[in-house]
Write a protein that binds this ligand. Structure first.
Ligand SMILES: [Zn+2]
Length: 389
């Protein structure tokens, strides 16, 4: 709808404040944006007219006049979340308030081919069409990928465990086929964004998500913003070196954190030190390892490498909170306790209440992060959706 509203540059900053706070009063909005009460009044009334805000009762416990609260209408539109991983892909739909509406998982060989891309696009279109009927418009499609990407152009740089995707302009291709705005990012970046938009950062603006799965990477928030660096490599801690003559890594170097502490490294070490064994999954392999002295040595070796990795993160990025996303550590709380003890022992000047290390279960959390990539972009000042309201 055309509008004569003149303070468009305030729309995204206000919507971000409201989203992350849950709700806001007009005086709070005026204070946080640093604008007058009259400007705030017009801004909020304009967004009420556009249907993105709703009035939500009032705040205040004592007697006297209570201020009316405003929140974002979860029904304003929906988002599509696409997670591409080694064994397939998952498509979910979410409301604007991050409530999951649907999920479809696909097990597939994800080596690139035009058929793979067509399958992904077709399933995304089906999800969009399905939710268009009852949940309004699709505001965007967010993609989480296991590798490096150029988040500004939407071109994939490199997916180390998936062949054929390098330099694919995935954003442009999916936008062409789905007709909605597409945003993409690396999976560790997407995970820390999910922590941010799901409001799990407990007020911290400096936060890290360390992803320990088949590979290792980190998503790093500095003062509330995702850090990328010159080549989108900011959180690529997986390819820093722990042991110069160590095992060969997927990047071609030796002794990287990735080759020394990932699930792939864990399975390799179990196989090398306890004899070749077939395990259905990582949980079974770790349980098996716990039963023998050689297996327990492997777990200690991997945990020691994870400790060094977290130690480097703390000293390089100085976060207030670090999420450790692991597929298996959640099953072994005593090992995680040991990791915490040793990390704090290596950074003795940091008090326990100044840094939180939180174990995050990858299997519960993994398919929600594409939605956060879309939210991060939709609420950015360059957003084509909200800044045109
Ligand atoms: Zn490497």
């Amino acid at each position: 709808m055309a509008s004569s509203f003149s303070n468009r540059s305030l729309v995204c900053p206000l919507l971000r404040e409201i989203y992350l706070a849950g709700h806001i009063t007009k005086p709070q909005a005026a204070q946080r944006l640093g604008v007058t009460a009259v400007t705030t009044h017009h801004l909020i009334n304009h967004l009420l007219e556009q249907g993105i805000l709703s009035q939500q009762g009032s705040t205040g416990n004592g007697p006297g006049r209570r201020a009316v609260c405003y929140s974002i209408r979860g029904e304003y539109g929906f988002l599509v979340s696409l997670d591409i991983h080694e064994g397939g892909f998952c498509i979910r739909a979410y409301s604007l308030s991050y409530k999951r509406l649907s999920e479809k998982r696909f097990a597939l060989d994800m080596t690139y081919s035009s058929q793979t891309l067509e399958k992904i696009a077709a399933e995304a279109c089906k999800t969009i069409q399905h939710h268009n009927i009852v949940h309004g418009r699709c505001l965007g499609l967010g993609v989480s990928l296991p590798g490096t990407t150029d988040h500004t152009t939407g071109v994939i740089y490199h997916l180390p465990r998936l062949a054929g995707w390098d330099y694919l302009p995935l954003k442009a291709l999916l936008e062409q086929q789905t007709g909605v705005s597409v945003f993409l990012d690396n999976d560790a970046n997407a995970m820390i964004l999910a922590k941010k938009w799901r409001k799990e950062l407990q007020g911290h603006r400096d936060a890290v998500y360390l992803s320990i799965t088949q590979g290792i990477g980190a998503g790093v928030l500095c003062d509330g913003h995702l850090a990328y660096g010159r080549h989108s490599n900011f959180g690529e801690i997986g390819h820093t070196t722990l042991q110069p003559n160590g095992p060969l890594c997927t990047c071609g170097n030796r002794g990287c954190v990735d080759a020394m502490a990932s699930d792939t490294a864990l399975l390799r070490e179990i196989s090398e030190r306890t004899g070749p064994t077939q395990h259905a999954d990582i949980h079974q392999a770790v349980s098996f390892a716990q039963e023998t002295a050689a297996g327990r040595d492997v777990l200690q070796f991997i945990c020691q490498n994870i400790i060094l990795c977290i130690d480097n993160i703390i000293k390089m990025y100085d976060p207030g909170i670090v999420f450790i996303g692991s597929t298996w550590l959640g099953d072994f709380p005593s090992l995680f306790d040991q990791i915490q003890e040793k990390v704090f022992a290596r950074a003795h000047w940091i008090r326990r209440n100044e840094l939180q290390l939180i174990l995050s279960n990858v299997s519960e959390f993994r398919y929600c992060s594409g939605c956060a990539v879309a939210l991060e972009n939709l609420f950015s000042d360059e957003s084509s959706v909200f800044s045109s309201l």
